[in-house]
Write a protein that binds this ligand. Sequence first.
Ligand code: MG
Length: 259
Amino acid sequence: MQWIRFQSSTGEVCHGLLEGETIRETAPLQGDWDLESIRETGRTFELATVKLLAPCQPSKVVCIGLNYRSHAEEVGLEMPKVPIIFLKPSTAVIGPLEKIIHPPQSRRVDYEAELAVVIGRRAHRVKAPQALDYVFGYTCGNDVTARDKQPARGQWTYAKGFDTFCPLGPVINTAIKDPEKLSIKGVLNGKTVQSGHTADHIFSVAELIEFISGCMTLLPGDVILTGTPAGIGPMQPGDTFSVTIDGIGTLTNTITSSN
Ligand code: MG
């Protein structure tokens, strides 16, 4: 299923299942997010009449640094022995077609196309063999980074935590069974600049959930950004960047210098 969050033409924020061009509205999910608890309201909307929003509102976005062999090679860094994690604040999240704001403090703002995991059940000290049972679905993410503010040694919160630096969407695909078998592409102004495959992950999604949930409890709607493949580079105001992942679709955002 393709699950979305959207704003109707009257300004109402709703959830729903997307089928072709039609949305079947569902009640907001409470407690654990699983397919059995999805309840349809009976209302339908046409996709063309609504504005898609970020498909979830995470309490935290946990991100993984250097999780593709190709990207570790491109930046000349050793393969990590344990996952490198950092957090993006919830205030960084934006939806499809919303603008990424190039902050005045930075002279280089980069795109990073990433697979985003959306958690469905409270996960505390989960082991890898069971970890995918805690996933609600998958969406596209862009780990936008003020590269000139990212220290080689030291933490990355400032460089990656600016408002609008976490585009997510357009849908959460709940039917993906194996997150290690997905093609991922980043396209800057129509030109493919990142072309990767999740089989190149250094740590699998299941291993990441074990590692992260051993430290912090993951809640329904929380997001894990799983790292970016080779091909990172800068975006200028006026540029458009798209992330496309098999079965999920395309997340597109433009960058602007104005607030
Ligand atoms: Mg990244």
